[in-house]
Design a protein around this ligand. Structure first.
Ligand code: DHB
Ligand code: FE
Length: 282
């Protein structure tokens, strides 16, 4: 049977991808951030995932503001890299896993999560940057990828609690897939950041640290944070953190934190990377 072996929470700041693409990761500005990524890459390689479900938000690249799916799953066998205005990132094309993706779509929809299904879509920095952060610069991505988009761009995004429940439904779906597959799940975005307005540049280290701690101490309590609280405490774009709850809901309640890296600044944001492992899959 397929099983979820680990969850990864990872910021998806586009400038992190640009630093990698331009060979700038050793500069004084970027070096401390990238130093923390090395051990995480080793851990991810050791997990030997066959497939990654990457929970992220499209930043009006694959889908313009004409269509705003709350939850969407990509079922294609291939996802081209989006051109976000400066040409596509020079990273490998992303290969999907249509069999597992369609199984997820069927299971989630019959489990009362009304997913939008994308047969064709590009993937932007929200997906490619976490892949780069956790696998480096391979000629081909080392696992298949199922993109799962959450709307956090246009009000109203789904609540953290709803996202956690989607994660639980993803877990049920993966557990019922008959092929032996090692699956990991990413929750991307965050941490505290605000990119516009009077509070642009806001960082709240205390909020971020408590959030990271509570991913293991009190994951259910964490789902009760309201949108207003995210925006007040973690900035307008801090609301991206609701996506981490999808990842968390897909793991065991007693999943173990095996790696944490938190660094300020990365562009205008606090960047974090956390790896949680399921004891049940050990
Ligand atoms: C930026 C964009 C993002 O989507 C994000 O999550 C963090 C930072 C940026 O443009 O700096
Ligand atoms: Fe973002």
């Amino acid at each position: 049977m397929a099983k979820i072996v680990a969850g990864i929470a990872c910021s998806h700041v586009p400038a992190i991808g640009v630093a990698m693409d331009k060979g700038q990761t050793g500069t004084p500005y970027w070096e401390p951030l990238f130093k923390g990524y090395g051990p995480a890459r080793e851990l991810v390689a050791k997990l030997k995932p066959d497939v990654a479900i990457v929970v992220y938000n499209d930043h009006a690249n694959a889908f313009s503001l004409e269509i705003i799916p709350t939850f969407l799953i990509g079922v294609a066998d291939k996802f081209p890299i989006a051109d976000e205005g400066f040409g596509a990132r020079p990273v490998p094309v992303v290969y999907g896993h249509p069999q597992l993706a369609w199984h997820l779509a069927e299971s989630l929809i019959l489990d009362e999560f009304d997913m939008t299904i994308a047969n064709e879509m590009t993937v932007d920095h929200g997906l490619t940057v976490p892949l780069s952060v956790t696998t480096g610069q391979p000629a081909e991505w080392p696992f298949k990828v199922i993109p799962l988009c959450v709307n956090v761009v246009q009000y109203p995004p789904p609540t953290g609690a709803r996202c956690f429940k989607l994660g639980q439904a993803i877990r049920r779906a993966v557990d019922s897939f008959p092929e032996d597959l090692r699956v990991i799940i990413y929750g991307t975005g965050g941490m505290s950041h605000q990119l516009q307005g009077e509070r642009a540049g806001l960082i709240n280290r205390k909020f971020d640290t408590d959030f990271l701690d509570n991913l293991t101490k009190d994951p259910i309590g964490l789902t009760k944070i309201s949108h207003t609280e995210y925006m007040r405490e973690a900035g307008s774009e801090g609301v991206e953190m609701v996506m981490w709850h999808v990842m968390r809901g897909a793991l065991d309640l007693d999943a173990v934190e095996v790696y944490r890296h938190y660094h300020v600044p990365a562009s205008n944001t606090a960047a974090a990377l956390m790896i949680l492992e399921n004891r049940s899959a050990a």
